[in-house]
Design a protein around this ligand. Structure first.
Ligand code: NAX
Length: 328
């Protein structure tokens, strides 16, 4: 089994899981030459549905898929895991306050953080997708005693992909030509998608788009509220695009990204760019292909960017305050 990557996925019978698992089993994260074992976690009442997902995965006969474990025990799911994708969390119920959601989901991430520390492989990486993902990531990290904080990241890659697409559509370019959009702060509607360092086909995005009012208004709003727009259109939250973004995020840890094509990761803040320390916040990052990231240094932030970033950083501080009793 030593040449098989073990990938744990929580909430695996959920709608993101259903789109995510085939992407992983097809080599979407570790490439076409690396075998994977999927270690799937669900809550006990959903194990039967999860078993149905396992049957379908077997029925796909994926060449790279070497084993599927289904369990309701986090320690079994995270056993020797190389990568843990924490997707499962509770949706906000009717009449539920954000604080209640943070507390309820926070408890899940205490247990999962502890189980990762106890059971996961020595070089594990953890990607948190389940919302509120930044603060859930902080809780898991703080409860995973002995696992370095930099092994934990949360996902704003979907927001970065959305921002790239909007810029490309506006500029009449292809989204693969768009580089270096930054997502500062929280994966919520306070996030700040920053185009000031972005390029489209090598040209400054502001020049290629040539419409500052659109960038400062409709562009920001569209990206910030895209999740809501998908729910209104589809009657369900983003799943296909979220699954793809989770794979993009994880893959970017295991491939090299330079400052010329930075990736959006939410990581434990060291205070760079005036971000408050000790929160999990979105930054532009480079990666070394071995699971490690660094915050891109030295980018200028104008007054507009500073003001927008301050709003989303404040929200993350407020979230941390609401879960301070859960931080290990
Ligand atoms: P679903 O409700 O379809 O699936 C969630 C699954 O998690 C369910 O099957 C549930 O049984 C399971 N679950 C709940 N508690 C669990 C626990 N303690 N251990 C293991 N499994 C558990 O939601 P889905 O649409 O798949 O979304 C999953 C999460 O991703 C949600 O929190 C959602 O808000 C979040 N998202 C995050 C995004 C991001 O960019 N970071 C974007 C997409 C998505 O909104």
């Amino acid at each position: 089994m030593s040449n098989v990557k073990r990938v744990a996925v929580t909430g695996a019978a959920g709608q993101i899981g259903y789109s995510l698992l085939p992407l992983i089993a097809n080599g979407g994260i570790f490439g076409p030459n690396v075998k994977v074992q999927l270690q799937l976690l669900e809550v006990t009442p959903v194990l039967n549905a999860l078993n149905g997902v396992r049957m379908e995965l077997e029925d796909c006969a994926f060449p790279l898929l070497h084993g599927v474990v289904c369990t309701d025990d986090p320690k079994v799911a995270f056993k020797d895991a190389d990568l843990c994708l924490l997707v499962g969390s509770k949706p906000r119920g009717p009449g539920m306050e954000r604080k209640d959601l943070l507390q309820d989901n926070g408890k899940i991430f205490i247990g999962q953080g502890r189980a990762i520390a106890e059971a996961a492989g020595p070089d594990v990486r953890v990607v948190v997708v389940g919302n509120p993902c930044n603060t859930n990531c902080l809780i898991a990290m703080k409860n995973a005693k002995g696992v370095p904080a930099e092994r934990f990241t949360a996902m704003t890659r979907l927001d970065q992909n959305r921002a790239k697409a909007q810029l490309a559509l506006k500029a009449g370019a292809h989204w693969s030509d768009v580089k270096n959009v930054i997502i500062w702060g929280n994966h919520s509607n306070t996030q700040y998608p920053d185009w000031h360092h972005a390029t489209i086909g090598g040209k400054a995005a502001a020049q290629a788009v040539n419409d500052d009012a659109w960038l400062q208004g409709p562009f920001l709003k569209t990206v910030q509220e895209r999740g809501k727009a998908i729910i209104e259109a589809r009657g369900k939250s983003s799943a296909l695009s979220a699954a793809q973004a989770a794979v993009d995020h994880a893959k970017s840890l295991y491939t090299v990204h330079t400052a010329a094509d930075s990736v959006a990761l939410c990581v434990y803040s060291d205070g760079s760019y005036g971000t408050p320390e000790g929160i999990v916040s979105g930054f532009p990052c480079t990666t070394d292909g071995k699971g490690n990231w660094k915050i891109v240094p030295g980018l200028a932030m104008n007054e507009f960017s500073k003001q927008k970033a301050a709003i989303t950083w404040k929200e993350l501080l407020d979230e941390r305050e609401m879960v301070k009793d859960l931080l290990g």
